[in-house]
Ligand binder design. Structure first.
Ligand code: SDX
Length: 432
């Protein structure tokens, strides 16, 4: 990072401290507090990291007020319309859009890593059939550390590259096999003559008894959903991957940690929770009661798929997803899908309600995605695994950037201690 040319002055009890200010390519300036504790014997306090930049990054930029999302500088709307997921993977991993030759080589490398070590299938069989696919994915991805020893040395750039390709290539197979196992159907192996999204759909929905024809409308929708979910700056699961990686843990263990964090309903689990909420609402006339509950401080209910830590305007991914939902359901002849009607009416009512307007709560990426995934034929339990498949490239790109960042060191936050002061041990007979 370039040397700072400006300082911020902090006054603590009359003593002044000069803190360097760094200016980004885009977005807010940052105040560099790395020397603050050593010089002023104070910590900063920021639970949830609402005002804290954890790293310098060149990968993704979000402007929450403008509702802007850029992957390596390219707007998400343009990538969703003109690009495709593996090209976006190349862009996120290497920083530039590939030439035709680079793209062909990258797609070939990914395609040839889609199979799992044959012995790994026994991990799936160790789970109950009704295990949530996310539980299976956390377990199987973590177990990859035990199978792919030749790509776990984080200090070897070539092994980091191989681990990245393996993760991107194998996650669809792992997610599809977790799904197949949960419904008692045999595993379907990847095919090298299919594109990434089509391969994933076939592994999920084909059966050995007959040929499976990939519907191009569905594979295009699947590919676009993957692009929209590919990366998103320093969100909770990406920060988890970076923190795990900062200790030197191998990439498979770090991605398994990211999957675990993504599972939460406040994060990637919201797409499943949102569709289940829309189904529970059922009809537009029941919406006002749910709006009332979402506004009631004594009711833990939140409008799933609404709100965002960064976006205080429309999530640009939600806009693209809404257009895609209309297109896909229209092409499938189910444009009158009741859940889509409830979603659109819920969005309309919420965006006219002062509570949501004043708190700048808009639909996020999870609000419409479930409607498309449901129309493609996925059960709600597969929604977050699909988010994990898509976000793997973001996680691994951010992990690679963190490993190569000379300023990075093991992540170890401090705390505001509000517990008991020092006190002596009390023998059990003296306790009250
Ligand atoms: C993702 O970070 C990322 O980039 C994540 C993600 C990615 O691509 O990686 O974009 C993916 O996780 C999208 C978010 C999916 N989650 C949901 O849809 C769950 C519902 N949303 C909320 O739980 C919430 O909006 C969060 C978790 C997304 C954001 O929470 P914040 O930033 O901590 O905001 P907050 O909880 O402090 O809320 C601010 C206010 C609160 O009211 P007050 O205490 O100020 O009175 O808004 C209210 C909240 O109660 N509020 C909601 C609400 N979201 C926030 N009220 C009702 N319904 C909601 N959905």
């Amino acid at each position: 990072m370039a040397e700072s040319t400006r300082n911020a002055t902090l006054n603590i009890d009359g003593k002044l401290y000069e803190l360097p200010v760094h200016s980004p390519t885009l977005g807010p300036d940052v105040i560099d507090i790395r020397k603050l504790y050593a010089e002023a014997d104070v910590f900063t306090y920021d639970p949830g990291y609402t005002s804290t930049a954890s790293c310098a990054s060149t990968i993704t930029y979000i402007d929450g007020d403008q509702g802007e999302l850029l992957y390596r500088g390219y707007p998400i709307e343009q990538l969703a319309e003109k690009s495709h997921f593996l090209e976006v993977c190349f862009l996120l991993l290497y920083g530039e859009l590939p030439t035709a030759a680079q793209l062909e080589d990258f797609e070939t490398r990914v395609t040839r890593h889609t199979m799992l070590h044959e012995q790994m299938q026994y991990f799936f069989r160790g789970f109950r059939r009704d295990a949530h696919p996310m539980a299976t994915m956390v377990g199987v991805v973590g177990a990859m550390s035990a199978f792919y020893h030749d790509s776990t040395d984080i200090n070897d750039p070539w092994q980091r590259e191989v681990a990245a390709i393996r993760m991107i290539a194998k996650m669809p197979t792992i997610a599809a096999w977790a799904f197949k196992y949960s419904i008692g159907q045999p595993f379907i192996y990847p095919r090298n003559d299919l594109d990434y999204a089509s391969n994933f759909l076939r592994m999920c929905f084909a059966v050995p008894c007959e040929e499976y024809e990939v519907n191009p409308v569905l594979s295009r929708a699947m590919d676009r959903i993957m692009t929209l979910h590919a990366d998103h700056e320093q969100n909770a699961s990406t920060s988890t991957v970076r923190l795990a990686g900062s200790s030197g843990a191998n990439p498979f263990a770090c991605i398994a940690a990211g999957i675990a964090c993504l599972w939460g309903p406040a994060h990637g689990g919201a797409n499943q929770a949102c569709l289940e909420m829309l189904r529970e609402i059922g009809t537009p006339d029941r919406i006002p009661d749910y709006i009332r509950r979402a506004k009631d401080k004594d009711d833990p209910f939140r409008l799933m798929g609404f709100g965002h830590r960064v976006y205080k305007n429309f999530d640009p991914r939600a806009k693209v997803m809404k257009q895609s939902a209309d297109e896909v359901l229209g092409l499938l002849g189910i444009e009158n899908n009741p859940t889509l009607q409830v979603a659109k009416e819920l969005e309309r009512i919420a965006l006219e309600d002062d509570y949501f307007v004043s708190k700048k709560l808009y639909p996020n990426v999870d609000f419409y995605s479930g409607i498309i995934l449901d129309a493609i034929g996925f059960p709600t339990a597969m929604f977050t695994p699909i988010f994990a498949v898509s976000r793997t490239v973001g996680w691994i790109s951010q992990w690679k950037e963190m490993i190569a960042d000379k300023e990075q060191k093991i992540g170890r936050p401090r705390q505001l201690y509000i517990g008991k002061p020092r006190r002596n041990y009390i023998e059990v007979e003296d306790r009250r």
